[in-house]
Design a protein around this ligand. Structure first.
Ligand code: NAD
Length: 367
């Protein structure tokens, strides 16, 4: 398998966590005999320093020539005084838009050994394994017209969807459900909003092409409550941009630490993979960052851009084993006597666990 990955590590803890994710991906390539090529480019504050712009043309070109883009995080307090379109975060929005991904996948998974890290009771989070499919390029965030009229002291945004925008993201959700527990929950506000009525009718129509997948519809307000009461009831959750933004953050409490969360944006010219967290300037350069979100993002890259599902699973199993063995980065320590590791040490533990898993499965195949 040949794969060209552009690594844009970005700012703050971005380079620290991305280095560990790349180490794991290199290890998968070596052990599995794959040919992965990693190129590096700058984005965000690092790009402003080097090129005066948060997304240099050279970075965008390299991204468009790649099979996948692995991004760390952007954002630096140094540039807080710049106008929004010149700040590091503008680079992130620009690359997301240029790559054109419309399906944002965000897993919310209850790692059994991290149950104590969630503010929810273990009996509530136990068994939760959800993946959100959030529509990323439509709805209220992009709809025109939009305005804040300072003279009349009024403002408005437009929530707009076309059937085609809904069909393409719904297909992402149904395909995913096929490789999981065969269930899609579509979340809308069809009792009030016309966009949601179109959403519900379109999703129902798309579902006919996937007879093996169970579909249910929920209103966003009651779904927000059920998500905290019985998260294990959900498999794939499909929703529009604004609802997905809010609900996937709400679901993050199931996992218990921002540092554990991966994400993927699919459907565009090139898929974009990034951990959910930001550049965390408060802990940057101190070896305190949790690299597991970035490493799990690497697993998503293998699954969705390389079709290497077994290798992705091997990474996820390695992370589980390291957590079960009691290893923790600072953000995961909760007063118990766990072994506290630096970013690099945690990467090393996952590396060792992964090598053991892949060695063992190769030995089994050889028998
Ligand atoms: P943040 O995600 O960077 O940090 C929030 C808190 O979580 C901090 O206390 C941080 O130390 C902690 N944290 C985050 N990731 C961690 C990890 N891997 N391990 C351990 N602890 C971790 O959010 P913020 O503080 O609101 O924003 C900081 C900067 O990041 C800002 O410039 C913001 O615009 C930017 N940002 C970027 C992205 C992105 O690149 N996708 C996302 C969110 C925020």
């Amino acid at each position: 398998m040949k794969l060209k990955v552009l690594v844009v590590a970005g700012d703050g803890i971005g380079p620290e966590v991305t280095a560990e994710a790349v180490r794991i991906l290199r290890s998968v390539a070596e052990l599995g005999g794959h040919d992965f090529e990693f190129r590096e480019a700058v984005i965000g504050g690092a790009a402003i320093k080097a090129h005066g712009t948060p997304l240099p043309e050279s970075t965008l070109e390299a991204a468009l020539e790649s099979d996948a883009v692995l991004l760390g995080a952007v954002g630096s307090n140094e540039f807080n005084a710049l106008p929004p379109d010149k700040r590091p975060e503008a680079g992130l929005l620009q690359i997301r838009q240029a790559l054109g991904g419309y399906g944002n996948l965000r897993p919310a998974f209850a790692w059994p050994s991290l149950a104590v890290n969630s503010p929810l009771k273990p009996e509530v989070t136990d068994g939760a394994d959800i993946i959100f499919v959030r529509e990323l390029l439509g709805g209220l965030y992009f709809g025109q017209p939009r305005e804040w009229n300072r003279e009349t002291n009024s403002a408005y945004n437009t929530m707009r969807y076309t059937r085609d925008e809904i069909v393409r993201v719904a297909r992402v959700a149904f395909e995913l459900a096929g490789s999981r527990r065969q269930k899609v929950t579509s979340v809308d506000k069809a009792n009030v909003l016309e966009t949601s009525q179109l959403w519900r009718a379109t999703v129902t129509e798309v579902a006919k092409d996937y007879p093996g997948i169970a579909l249910d519809h929920q209103y966003v307000d009651s779904f927000a409550m059920h998500l905290m009461n019985i998260p294990r009831n959900f498999d794939v959750v499909l929703t529009e941009n604004l609802f997905g933004d809010i609900l996937s953050d709400e679901a993050a409490v199931i996992t218990g630490s921002l540092g554990m969360l991966p994400s993927a944006t699919v459907g565009g010219k090139v898929n974009l993979y990034e951990p959910v967290h930001g550049s965390a300037p408060d802990i940057a350069g101190k070896g305190l960052a949790n690299p597991l979100g970035a490493i799990l993002t690497g697993a998503m890259l293998l699954r969705h851009s390389a079709g290497l599902d077994q290798d992705a699973q091997a990474i996820e199993t390695a992370v589980r084993k390291v957590l079960e063995a009691g290893y923790r980065t600072a953000d995961l320590v909760r007063g118990e006597s766990k072994q506290k590791l630096t970013t690099q040490e945690m990467g090393q533990k996952v590396f060792e666990a992964l090598n053991e898993i892949i060695d063992r499965s190769q030995a089994l195949h050889a028998v």
